[in-house]
Design a protein around this ligand. Structure first.
Ligand code: ACM
Ligand code: ZN
Length: 627
């Protein structure tokens, strides 16, 4: 916790740009916006003739939206926080921005959609609900200049347009593992701000795992006193750390108090984000077993320790034959459920190695008594017990796709992470599904050539372009099952991510691609357009204090061997507008403009810059032609 304070030095800044927008003065620049770069791409965006000029005399009106309604309060509070006019009650006059809840519902845009009309007289943002208005506002923020937080404008000329927008999927999720590394309240809020900016609406909070238990549980205080802390080895790469020594202080970790959880839930709700807490059952429980070793299997003499570094294969497993384990889990649920208003509780279920169960007399006894076939069915039995318990309290469970192996009720929602197979099977069985196949959705994977990136999950690669190619709806799934695909989400596992800055580096810009995949219609998917729009979003994000991965600037070299032994080299980067320079060993960089031919055995050095903003480590690739 102490460490938390020194590390998290962020401003509450997502909406500072909105405030600064109104920070017009007589001094200041004028700007004419030439093109909007909105992510996710709206369903319809028609540019029209003329423009609206935003200036110090522009007024904001809440129209028919009550001053106490959440969105207006939210927008107004942020404006007021930076000493500007809040949204006023009353009717629109010329030169105003008007927020309207439609008197007559517009069915096409649904609960979450909105329209924006920019004309020479006004800007009108309208929706069927406050949530729609909130998303309209997020789009509006992206219509302003990227550098508005740094530059004072006296006038902003916005081209006239009509936007109609609504989401493709209802589940637009972002997962964060706070067990492998703990991220404090400030960073969680910053993460929620980021989600809101890109219209994501489900925060999957991975609160428990082998490497730390992160939520206060009053009835079992050792979960926090012991299970939330470990010896600090953050200087070593994950997997190369020395084991903890006897008596070494446990200074790394932390947990969220109930008060903090409530604060975060409320913060998320203001941004139309529901939170799904994950309590891992029955595996990934090293932190539980160090705190309460009596919940391990009979005859398991392992000394479990909350520690840094891999714990693989993850053999720690709660005893499935011990009634006091089931009581413990129910007690934990009794404390977790009241904190989270949303209907889902995630019970994990992944990667539970069942070797201990095979050797445990109690587990074997349970298998016999309950007429179960094997250890997989014992996991199924435990999950179903928890499901029944959770359902009695009006909630439903979500589990990783392993829960299909033990059999769950059709009420359970399956999170498909080992490809889309589990998701397809679940949908066919009538279970709801959230698609998060790791090859498209695991943002802890390298985003570019590992040699030039900070350490990440070894032997992985997930580029921005690949994320953009994700489609949560499997092509092979027959129409009648498609309603079960609720949407998708990106996951950030944090073994290799030990600072908030690194979390942002890995999330961005790939999370923006995920947001577009989940919101925009598949028919509007257009990589060339996205790589143009993402470039401007990267500038905006950096201006708002987010650390963005430089990977999308990485120069990718492709080589075609020619018959005379030379090679034709082409270089591209994912982000449009990247300036790529290269040299072939003489140290004199030239700007790349078109493919060129090099002789065998030439070293090729490439460096990418973007708009003078690439301040990270330079990307230098060396390529030998015979490779
Ligand atoms: C997972 O990545 N083990 C769900
Ligand atoms: Zn057991």
């Amino acid at each position: 916790m102490e460490r938390d304070k020194t590390m998290y030095r962020f401003r509450y800044s997502v909406f500072s740009i909105m405030a600064l927008m109104l920070f017009f003065g007589s001094c200041g620049r004028k700007i004419t916006i030439n093109e909007y770069a909105i992510v996710p791409m709206p369903v319809e965006m028609e540019m029209e003739r003329g423009s609206f000029t935003l200036s110090g005399s522009t007024t904001c009106y809440g129209g028919n939206v009550g001053q106490n309604d959440a969105s207006i309060k939210y927008i107004s509070r942020l404006l007021r926080q930076w000493h500007f006019n809040p949204v006023l009650a009353g009717k629109m006059e010329n030169n105003s921005i008007q927020f309207i809840i439609n008197d007559t519902l517009v069915p096409e845009i649904g609960e979450e959609g909105y329209t924006i009309d920019v004309t020479k007289d006004n800007i009108v943002i309208a929706a069927n609900s406050e949530q729609g208005l909130f998303y309209g506002f997020q789009t509006f923020v992206q219509m302003l200049p990227e550098d508005i937080s740094e530059t004072r404008y006296s006038k902003i000329v916005l081209p006239a347009c009509h936007i109609k927008d609504y989401p493709r999927f209802g589940w637009r999720g972002s997962h964060l593992d706070v067990s492998r590394h703990f991220f404090g309240v400030t960073q969680i809020k910053k993460h929620l701000d980021l989600m809101a900016r890109y219209k994501m609406n489900r925060f999957h909070w991975h609160l428990t795992d082998d490497h730390g238990w992160r939520i206060e549980i009053a009835k079992y205080p050792l979960l926090n006193d012991v299970g939330s802390w470990r010896v600090d080895r953050d200087d070593a790469p994950w997997g190369e750390a020395e084991p903890p020594q006897e008596g070494e202080a446990r200074t790394n970790g932390g947990y969220y108090t109930k008060e903090e959880v409530r604060e975060i839930v409320e913060y998320a709700a203001e941004r139309y984000i529901d939170i799904i807490p994950e309590i891992e059952i029955p595996g990934h429980c090293c932190a539980v077993l160090e705190a309460y070793p009596q919940f391990a299997c009979a005859g398991d003499d392992t000394t479990y320790t909350v520690q840094y570094g891999p714990y693989w294969p993850p053999r720690a497993i709660l005893c499935g034959g011990n009634d006091s384990v089931m009581l413990f889990l129910k007690d934990v649920m009794d404390e977790v459920i009241p904190l989270f208003p949303y209907k889902y509780i995630h019970i994990g279920g992944d990667e539970a190695v069942k070797e201990n169960w095979k050797r445990c007399a109690r587990c074997q006894q349970r298998i016999k008594k309950e007429g179960l076939k094997n250890e997989e069915e014992l996991q199924g039995w435990m999950i179903v017990q928890m499901e029944k318990y959770v359902m009695r309290q009006g909630k439903s469970i979500i589990g990783w796709d392993e829960i299909l192996e033990g059999g769950v009720s059709s009420d359970a929602t399956v999170m498909s992470w080992r490809g889309d197979r589990g998701g397809i099977e679940a949908a066919r069985r009538g279970n709801d599904v959230i698609m998060t196949p790791m090859e498209f959705c695991y943002l802890n994977f390298y985003q570019a050539d590992a040699e030039f990136q900070p350490p990440a999950m070894p032997n992985t690669l997930l580029t921005l372009h690949k994320v953009y190619q994700f489609d949560p709806m499997p092509e092979s799934l027959p129409e009648r099952y498609r309603k079960h695909i609720l949407g998708g989400q990106c996951n950030l596992w944090t073994e290799y991510i030990n600072t908030p800055e690194m979390a942002e580096y890995m999330l961005l810009p790939r999370m923006c691609a995920m947001a577009e995949v989940l919101w925009s219609p598949s028919t509007s998917r257009d990589w060339e357009s996205f790589r143009r729009r993402i470039a401007r979003n990267i500038i905006r994000l950096r201006a708002n204090d987010y650390r963005v991965g430089t990977s999308s600037f990485t120069p990718w070299v492709s080589k075609e061997k020619l018959s005379d032994g030379t090679s034709r080299i082409a270089i591209h980067s994912e982000t449009e507008g990247t300036d790529i320079y290269y040299h072939t060993g003489d140290g004199k960089f030239r700007r790349y403009s078109e493919p060129f031919v090099i002789a065998a055995d030439t070293e090729l050095h490439t460096i990418a810059f973007y708009n003078g903003l690439l301040r990270e480590k330079e990307h230098v690739l060396k390529l030998r032609t015979e490779n």
